[in-house]
Design a protein around this ligand. Structure first.
Ligand SMILES: [Fe+2]
Length: 868
């Protein structure tokens, strides 16, 4: 093969020289970097690239310059077009290139009539697609280097109704766009919006909105029917990307699902798809494997030999020894997934052992997770540190409508907790800001009656905590509530448990903590993680691509924060959050999971997603001009909030620096047509079920704009990282974060109570997540906690030439430097014993908001976007 390529290169060398010698007119030379790659070619990735590169030579790929300075009177004054140029020799000497990249030479005839180019038209007359990364022109007269950062799949020309246009890296507000480029700018957006009809195909680039009507599968059986989320007052939801698949036969409002074996072919706009590099594809594969192969196989194994973990050692064996995979399962995995992937995925050795890495929470100490200190600490530094609130009223109250739900107030009384308050009365403790609550009562109670008709048997919980002088939180009481058996209007049935470390009381207290952890892990997965980051961001991705041109400064600001989001969300709808999917199988609300997240979305408030607003709302911080970031934390050692505020401020400063370069006044914001359409659409379509909320920024001032962009970037980067990458480290060991319970608290006089007395560990394990769900759950969160090796972190961009403007580039450099300082600060705080919540009994230093990371499960790193 080498010889063939050499031959071709040689031929090109010859013709190139001839053209240069013969023409006499000036030439502009350039470099085209592209990736020719079949997404599914894993086994022999490099070979396939080499094999096919030569196919792009000849007149297969043409590039035409579009003038930014001279309009063509015959084409409605659109920029004049230069003569087509073609990919020439393949450059093998350019470094550094990512694996799979190839660089080609291209030579344009310089045409004075065209002058400085502002765009480039690319036509692919080859029979398959390639991924165009960049085009760089050298020595353009009067301009020097000109960069086109493309990052887009280019399909054969007959797949498109109109030519592919890529703009140079200049940035223009709509009004400042050079006249010859204006029509290109507008037409590109029209194209990306699509016409709202038809089923979208692999090569389409259309961004459009749809409801979540693709989770159910009523054609399979009524058991798999699910309500449509979005588009109604009953089930409001953010929009997802439209795919246009036909409706199901049973229910015209439900969209048919992609057949199981085609899962990787679910439509997302082409450039939203994983497939930059190997590792991201691996993650897609892994998800597919767990969802479609491991799940049914494990189900059948566990059905035939229903297994319980008998002891904690039994659970530890998953990580220390592994469980033996039956050979049929291994064979079916091998048939469906390349062997390399299987090795990575299930860590099988030659004997077919299914092994998981040791979760960090039990790495140094196998029992520290059971301490009350650690239980409290994880509310400040664990995987769901976004919920704890200061208790302002005692006993805790409910906001559920008493007309429907009766009395839902708490039964926790002062005498139950008084003794644990270091001599303070409850009132004093409240006044001194020392009482806190993890309150899952109101979110769960309305669904609890239905949830408990499934295999789940659980409670709605409230956990009361006391802030000790050493800065740690001590749980005071856990209240477990059930709906009244005779009807909702009779209120809740509450039972309150207090700490104990001995005898059966100690075992009961451990179970009470487990029920609280179950509520918290379900709420975490469904709300903190899925709804508040993955689902909330998708409308921003869609609106931005439909309404802001690639030339727009705000497009350039936000675009890196949308990488892979539509794709991972599409996968999630296919195998995680769908009817009968992994989430329903492993999280306590079971088939009501998504419906419950829709109920919680009713109280989602965009401006409260800002970290400072969130902390103030939860009463854990107060405004204070003398404190850094203008906030004083009432729990001083709150690692998520402390690091979060540093990151928040860094993002805010960067966004302000960037926006102020383009928007010198509020009028500039008001007069920016694209920006106004973008925001209108985001509010009225993307989050359309909340369009009448009074709290949406009005997008009339520079402040509206910077606040909105800061929140958007915060959600997509740091907020997601804080709730995502700790999943395996903390919840990979299910006893610490059980996802569901199968029976209620044992009552005295029952065999279960006797068992709890005799063998408390076994009783605990029989209550929480069963073996099958444990295996499934940890398989999936291991993948979801993983960074791909090509991850782009906060403060980084995938191309240094993303804009041609110097001041924004300098501001971005300052942003990166600031984040470097935050990293140093995090390291030094983690090493300082004064901060007892940063490391804790389990010896996990708080790194979830440490900006950078290596690949793999690292419990740190803030990717730019919701990418997994
Ligand atoms: Fe995630």
């Amino acid at each position: 093969m080498d010889k063939v390529i050499h031959g071709i290169l040689h031929a090109f060398d010859g013709s190139d020289e001839a053209a240069a010698a013969g023409g006499g007119s000036k030439k502009v030379k350039g470099t085209v970097v592209l990736m020719k790659k079949n997404v599914l070619d894993f086994n022999d990735f490099n070979a396939s690239v080499l094999d096919r590169l030569h196919e792009l030579f000849g007149q297969k790929v043409s590039l035409q310059l579009v003038s930014a300075v001279h309009g063509d009177p015959e084409r409605g004054l659109q920029g004049k077009l230069g003569k087509p140029a073609y990919l020439e020799e393949w450059i093998t000497t350019i470094t550094p290139l990512t694996a799979g990249d190839s660089a080609f030479k291209v030579t344009f005839d310089w045409d004075e009539e065209v002058g400085v180019p502002g765009a480039i038209i690319v036509q692919n007359k080859h029979h398959s697609q390639f991924y165009l990364k960049t085009v760089t022109l050298e020595d353009v007269p009067g301009e020097g280097q000109v960069h086109f950062v493309c990052n887009s799949w280019v399909y054969p020309a007959d797949r498109y109704k109109k030519d592919r246009v890529f703009f140079s890296n200049k940035t223009y507000l709509p009004k400042q766009t050079p006249a010859p480029l204006l029509k290109y700018r507008e037409e590109e957006l029209v194209h990306l919006r699509g016409d709202g009809t038809g089923e979208l195909q692999e090569w389409d680039r259309v961004y459009d909105y749809a409801y979540y009507n693709d989770l159910g599968n009523p054609d399979k059986s009524a058991k798999y029917a699910r309500p449509v989320l979005g588009g109604s007052a009953e089930y409001p939801y953010p929009r997802r990307g439209r795919t246009g698949r036909p409706p199901t036969e049973k229910d015209p409002k439900t969209e048919s699902r992609v057949p199981v074996l085609m899962s990787l072919n679910i439509y997302v706009p082409r450039d939203e798809r994983f497939g930059h590099l190997k590792m991201s594809d691996f993650l897609a594969y892994a998800l597919k494997a767990v969802g479609q192969l491991l799940k049914p196989e494990l189900e059948s194994i566990c059905d035939s030999t229903p297994n319980e973990f008998d002891s904690f050692q039994d659970v530890l064996n998953l990580y220390e020894g592994g469980i033996k995979l039956p050979s049929p399962l291994l064979e079916s995995l091998k048939e469906n997934i390349p062997l390399e992937m299987i090795k990575e995925l299930v860590q099988t050795d030659g004997e077919g052992l299914l092994k998981y890495p040791m979760p960090q929470v039990i790495k140094d100490d196998k029992t520290a997770w059971r301490t009350d200190v650690e239980f409290g600490r994880e509310m400040l530094a664990g995987v769901n540190p976004v919920l704890i609130r200061r208790l302002e009223e005692f006993p805790p109250v409910s906001k559920l409508d008493p007309k429907i739900y009766g009395n839902q107030g708490s039964s926790i009384r002062a005498e139950l907790i008084q003794k644990q308050l270091n001599g303070l009365t409850v009132e004093q403790a409240i006044n001194m800001n020392k009482l806190f609550i993890l309150d899952h009562h109101d979110a769960i109670m309305p669904y609890l009656r239905r949830i408990n008709t499934t295999n789940t048997k659980t409670y709605a919980t409230r956990t009361l905590l006391f802030l000790k002088d050493d800065g740690t939180l001590k749980p005071l009481a856990i209240e477990l509530s059930l709906p009244h058996p005779e009807g909702d209007e009779f209120g809740a049935i509450n039972k309150v448990y207090t700490p104990a470390d001995q005898g059966v009381e100690g075992s009961i207290w451990q179970l009470a903590k487990a029920y609280a952890a179950i509520n918290d892990s379900g709420y975490h997965q469904l709300i903190s993680h899925w709804l508040n980051t993955h689902a909330a961001i998708e409308p921003f991705v869609i609106a931005t691509n439909r309404q802001l041109s690639a030339l727009h400064p705000i497009y350039k600001l936000l675009h890196p924060h949308f990488r892979d989001t539509m794709n991972i969300n599409a996968f999630a709808r296919q195998i995680l959050i769908n009817a009968g999917g992994i989430l329903e199988a492993t999280v306590f609300p079971a088939k009501y999971a998504m419906e419950m997240s829709s109920a919680v979305y009713k109280s989602w408030v965009f401006p409260e997603q800002a970290l400072p607003a969130d902390l103030i709302k939860r009463g854990v911080a107060v405004e204070d001009a003398n404190s850094p970031h203008g906030l004083r934390l009432l729990i001083e050692d709150y690692p998520y909030a402390v690091d979060g505020l540093e990151i928040w401020s860094a993002i805010k400063t960067w966004v302000e620096d960037y926006c102020s370069f383009y928007y010198k006044s509020d009028e500039t914001v008001q007069e920016d047509k694209e920006l106004q359409s973008w925001w209108k659409e985001l509010v009225e379509e993307g989050h359309g079920d909340k369009k009448n909320e009074p709290w949406w920024p009005k997008m009339q001032t520079v402040k509206d704009l910077t606040e909105t962009c800061t929140i958007t970037i915060w959600i997509a980067s740091a907020l997601h990282a804080a709730v995502n990458f700790g999943q395996y480290p903390y919840a990979g060991y299910l006893p610490n974060r059980p996802t569901l319970s199968r029976r209620f608290m044992p009552e005295e006089g029952t065999p279960e109570f006797e068992e709890l007395k005799q063998n408390p560990d076994k009783a605990f394990l029989k209550t929480i997540t069963a073996q099958l769900q444990t295996l499934l759950g940890i398989s999936i969160i291991e993948i979801l906690s993983m960074h791909s090796t090509d991850e782009v972190y906060l403060g980084q961009r995938d191309s240094p030439n993303w804009t041609a403007d110097t001041e924004p580039l300098e501001a971005f450099e300052r942003f990166g430097k600031k984040l470097g300082e935050v990293e140093e600060r995090i390291m030094s705080m983690n090493g300082d014993k004064r901060w007892r919540n940063r490391v804790g009994p389990v010896e996990i230093p708080y790194m979830l908001l440490y900006p950078t990371s290596e690949g793999g499960v690292t419990a740190k790193g803030i990717p730019n976007s919701v990418s997994i």
